[in-house]
Write a protein that binds this ligand. Sequence first.
Ligand SMILES: NC(=O)c1ccc[n+]([C@@H]2O[C@H](COP(=O)([O-])OP(=O)(O)OC[C@H]3O[C@@H](n4cnc5c(N)ncnc54)[C@H](O)[C@@H]3O)[C@@H](O)[C@H]2O)c1
Length: 351
Amino acid sequence: MERKLRFGLVGAGRIGQAYAQAFESAEAAELRAVADIRPEAAQALAQQSGCEAFDVYQSMRRNVELDAVLVCTPPVTHPEIALYFMDRGVHVLCEKPFAIDVAQAEMMLAASKRNCVAVTMASKFRYVDDVIRAKSIVSSGILGELVLFENAFTSRVDMTAQWNSDPAISGGGVLIDNGTHSVDIMRYFLGSLADVSVVEGKRTQGLEVEDTVRIFVRSEAGVMGSIDLSWSINKEQESYISIYGSRGTIQVGWKESKYRQSSSPDWVVFGRGYDKIQALRSQIDNFARGIVGDEKLIITAQDALASVEVIQAAYASLRQNHWTAVSRGIIGPAHSAQSVPKRALVEAGRT
Ligand SMILES: NC(=O)c1ccc[n+]([C@@H]2O[C@H](COP(=O)([O-])OP(=O)(O)OC[C@H]3O[C@@H](n4cnc5c(N)ncnc54)[C@H](O)[C@@H]3O)[C@@H](O)[C@H]2O)c1
């Protein structure tokens, strides 16, 4: 690559600040400007990064020559901001969830095509070194035929005063928030997903949205998956991905990643765990190199759209009734089993 690509950052909040750190060691991209409707946030981050600050992203576009923009604002704002830049010839890397519904995601892909610019979703886990290594171990076939995929993203976070629990801004609860990562990782390992079913747990934070869910998924190749997501419990697990094959198991962990073939008593350690800044840096570099054609995008626009489709299907499942009552009487006939409505969902107006 002849020169680094010039990026603007929209949204100087939590993830925007982590990206600013990642830009410091990026090889193919540099941060030229930051925009945030909170001027003090934009200024603080721009000062730290040695670039310009704006309180309106349109001014950033007018005043700074940019090749690409990284959108790090709350979900409902993604389509509007992405379209603004794409319609002006600027490539867009947009944080997950790409959009809060399929229609908006399709609109973003259409804008990319119309303007001949790249757009895709930022979803850091595909860029974690251990996840990439795990993918190549799984693809080598040494674990046999894949049967079961498990993932959990659970931690206790008080979401009562966060936009994440306001569906008008976030599009939903933990399912769209953490679940977008899960779906993207699962698609990375297993390919297209065929069916999804979601069960909601207890709401312990009094939120308008779901704060704990268990997702069941089947891939088109017939691999079964289960995903646990929560803002209210912490499963305290060392690994966040476990994949079980007919000849072995692999675990991708926060501090260490390993696999074991069933023919061997020993685990083989292949990675040192999760490094957020490494993942964000690799993602920025892949997007920059993808724009100029030096690399293939690891997450394509089609992957971005597919993630929104799966999450939309997951919400449709959540609204439907999949529970079947177990007969209460000791000698109660099995055929008396009945479906029961999901009361919490009806009350939350999700039907
Ligand atoms: N990849 C990850 O690990 C990860 C982690 C956290 C958040 N996210 C995603 O990143 C996005 C931002 O999340 P966050 O946690 O950083 O939120 P945040 O609330 O900490 O930051 C968002 C920032 O965007 C600014 N903003 C809002 N509307 C704007 C607009 N129209 N123009 C300019 N600035 C605007 C806000 O003032 C705020 O500073 C969300 O889509 C979220 O899902 C991803």
